[in-house]
Design a protein around this ligand. Structure first.
Ligand code: ADP
Ligand code: ZN
Ligand code: ZN
Length: 739
């Protein structure tokens, strides 16, 4: 019998496959593409994915190593998902093995069996009642039995624990024969009963049109952009569509942005349906993540809700993909495999022939462009559901107004009025810490990061200077390091400083600061949200954590302390992001009966973009922005890729990119010169970061085809370049952030 070789994708950045000899004792038919195989790699053991088997290899017979273990009985990845992962690796020019790593739960990557753990369930014995004389004087046991009796399907151990029931009570009930236990895998079907756990709301006319239109396309592939102002009832539209898909016996994938304030959204899905909802986001631990993944694969979870990487979850029968807040930047991964979950979800849906609903109050220009040219169906929800009004905007020119900790006097008055009327205020400031820089009044010294081209942020609460780019932290100096003067002053305001000032101005109301620092401790966010939910006058102050998917019904005034950053950035997407952020923050106001007002402090209050956004709305802004993009041939009218390099020595990064540029020239000769344009090498906008010098080469093309052919040839050759050994490099296809 000829030797059998296994061609594997291994978790390494190298863009190639690796051959191993198949152990003779495993029958040949067990080696199916998509199974995991453990192999020796250098002096480690790694888990690879079998791509194909062959009877020949280029590796000399004495060098080829033998695989150690076949880990799966059946392929972990079925053909459609395998193809998607191949497609992803090729589109993003990434190593196939590493792409697999990003696409699977950590435990599977580590070689854990792909089977659901069994759980112990407790169920009431036939005829058991809390009137049983044996527990007459055992209130805890009565309480435990009562809880179990309320759940026909029984309760898992940790559910009982969550209900505050102690193990000793349970054990006593088991001893008395009132409870019995059963090992059950989570595969068991949905908890019986009707599909809807809660009645659906009756839709308004706009919602109904959206549900009818999308609902009639559920049996083939079509993409819909549901552009609805905040609070217009997009989630309700998703829920109605999901109901239809569940009735067909199919599953639904719901992608959500990285959670900050997400539980509210998730609970709405859980409360509506009597089905199993699996969660895949950063706060889910590895074991739960694996269970969710398997439950989805086996069809035991009907709805999967997750952040970006959930897009790679296997499904038994997927029927619909929902992408909430499709414009959100967190759908794009910024390291390793730089994929865009929205774009990949669309690819997956097309291949499977299922529809996609993407919702946003502020759709990305890419999606609006696709809606305009007819590739996506556009559905608008222009009115808020229920009685809530759309807020009004006021641009407050602060050029000649003194700002105290970022707050002008007219704004202060407006806050006072709102609080006096018994309402809540939301103050938005997208800058953590106390002040963005510490300065010496005598010699002009500024606190810089030693490793980055950036200032250190003063964090007064910790008496520290921190770099928000590399994580460096140092003690706040007592005296100026340059001239020893004691005149060190914070310049500008971050959320800590605004908090202090607001608390001083309004000592009678709580000031709740919500940012990454104040919510770092588990449970602290919940505690803060509780204060807000009480509905009494208070000030909520925070960064963009506040802009995401939350309802603050008592907020009637939203103040944006500084919106100017987005108007003067080198990144062509900055104004789009600014507009989205303003509209999203504004959308938190006046969601209940009270109308909302939004005040935007600006030094350029008459800037045309700001005027258009606040007077004509996001869609007028977006139309104009698209016209500008077309005029200067930027995405979505062209396609980009960015080759980034970084090195301790700036020369090394530059050398590598120059080599890359000349490689490109050789490769590009067969292509027409105008097909792909190459700009650079140039220093990155923040050249030094974390002690490394960063430079980049930008490719722009009118069409994807030529760009991709070129990138493919390029990456292959780049790996071989001697200058590549001295740099870290990465290719970013469709970059969303040019830094
Ligand atoms: P969005 O997702 O567009 O921000 P939501 O779906 O969260 O909007 O809806 C906003 C609020 O309006 C929610 O409190 C929701 O329960 C309510 N709502 C949505 N649709 C309806 C409807 N058809 N009738 C009554 N209330 C609705
Ligand atoms: Zn000084
Ligand atoms: Zn730094």
């Amino acid at each position: 019998m000829p030797d059998l070789y296994l061609r594997l994708a291994l978790p390494t950045p190298l863009r190639r496959l690796f051959d191993y000899r198949a152990p003779a004792q495993v029958p040949a038919e067990h080696w199916q593409p998509g199974v995991r195989v453990q192999v020796p790699f250098g002096n480690r053991k790694v888990v690879g994915i079998l791509i194909e088997t062959t009877t020949t290899t280029d590796i000399p017979a004495d060098k080829v190593r033998e695989a150690l273990e076949l880990l799966d009985e059946r392929p972990l990845f079925e053909p459609p998902l395998l193809e998607l992962i191949h497609w992803t690796a090729s589109y993003y020019q990434h190593s196939l093995g590493d792409t697999f790593s990003w696409a699977m739960p950590a435990l599977l990557r580590q070689g854990e069996p792909a089977t659901t753990q069994k759980k112990r369930f407790y169920q009431a014995a036939a005829g058991a009642t809390i009137e049983d004389p044996r527990i007459k004087n055992a209130p805890r046991q009565r309480q435990a039995l009562e809880a179990v009796l309320q759940h026909r399907q029984g309760l898992a151990h940790e559910q009982l624990h969550n209900l505050g029931i102690q193990k000793t009570s349970i054990d006593a009930l088991v001893d008395k024969g009132l409870l019995f236990t059963e090992q059950r895998s989570l595969k068991s079907a949905r908890p019986g009963g009707p599909l809807l756990a809660q009645p659906a709301l009756s839709l308004n006319a706009e919602q109904k049109l959206a549900v009818d239109t999308i609902g009639s396309a559920l049996h083939h592939h079509q993409v819909f952009l549901l552009a609805g102002v905040t609070g217009s009832g997009k989630t309700e539209v998703y829920l109605h569509l999901i109901e239809q898909v569940l009735k067909q016996g199919r599953q639904v994938l719901v992608l959500i942005p990285e959670i900050n304030l997400g539980p509210q959204t998730i609970n709405r899905f859980r409360q509506r349906f009597n089905v199993r909802v699996a969660l895949l986001h950063s706060e889910v631990n590895d074991r739960e993540r694996l269970n969710a993944w398997l439950a989805s694969r086996d069809g035991a979870a009907e709805i999967v809700i997750g952040t970006r990487s959930a897009l790679f979850t296997p499904f038994k029968e997927l029927g619909l993909i929902v992408i909430d807040e499709e414009h959100d930047g967190s759908y794009k991964q910024q390291d390793g495999l730089r994929y865009h979950a929205r774009d990949l979800a669309l690819v997956r849906a097309r291949r499977l022939g299922v529809s996609v609903v993407m919702g946003s109050a502020t759709p990305s220009l890419e999606s609006l462009y696709n809606a305009k040219n007819g590739r996506y169906g556009l559905l608008r929800l222009n009115r808020r559901a229920g009685s809530a009004q759309v807020p009004t905007f006021q641009r407050l020119d602060v050029r000649s107004l003194p700002l105290d900790s970022g707050i002008s006097l007219p704004l202060q008055k407006e806050i006072e009025r709102t609080l006096a009327a018994g309402q809540q205020v939301l103050v938005f400031l997208n800058r953590r810490g106390y002040a963005p820089v510490l300065m010496c009044k005598d010699c002009g010294w500024l606190g810089d990061c030693h490793a980055c081209d950036a200032r250190l942020t003063l964090h007064q609460r910790y008496n520290e200077l921190r770099c928000h780019h590399c994580g460096h932290i140092e003690q706040r100096p007592h005296a100026c390091p340059k001239c020893q003067s004691l005149q060190l002053h914070p310049v500008g305001a971050g959320t800590e400083r605004a908090e202090d000032r607001l608390q001083l101005l309004f000592p009678k109301v709580p000031v709740v600061r919500i940012d990454r620092d104040s919510t770092a401790r588990k449970g602290s966010l919940d505690a803060m949200l509780k204060i807000i939910q009480r509905g009494e006058p208070c000030i909520l102050l925070g960064t963009q954590m506040l802009a995401k998917g939350h309802h603050f019904p008592q907020v009637t005034l939203v103040a944006i302390l500084n919106a100017d950053g987005g108007l003067f950035s080198a990144d062509f997407r900055a104004s789009e992001r600014m507009a989205q952020l303003i509209i999203q923050v504004a959308g938190r106001a006046g969601r209940a009966e009270q109308p909302g007002k939004v005040i935007i402090q600006s030094h350029v209050a008459d800037h045309p973009l700001l005027v258009q956004l606040t007077e004509e709305g996001y869609f007028a802004f977006a139309e104009q922005a698209l016209r500008e993009r077309r005029a200067v041939q930027l995405p979505p009218y062209t396609h980009m890729a960015l080759l980034r390099a970084e090195a301790l020595n700036p020369q090394h990064a530059d050398d590598f990119l120059r080599d890359a540029a000349s490689l490109l020239e050789q490769l590009a000769t067969p292509l027409k010169a105008e097909d792909v344009e190459c700009l650079g090498p140039a220093a990155a906008p923040m050249e030094r970061r974390g002690g490394r010098y960063r430079a980049q080469l930008l490719f722009i093309a009118r069409q994807r085809g030529p760009l991709h052919r070129l990138l493919h040839g390029l990456c292959f050759n780049l790996e071989q370049l001697p200058s590549a050994r001295q740099v870290r490099w990465a290719l970013d296809v469709d970059p969303v952030d040019l830094y």
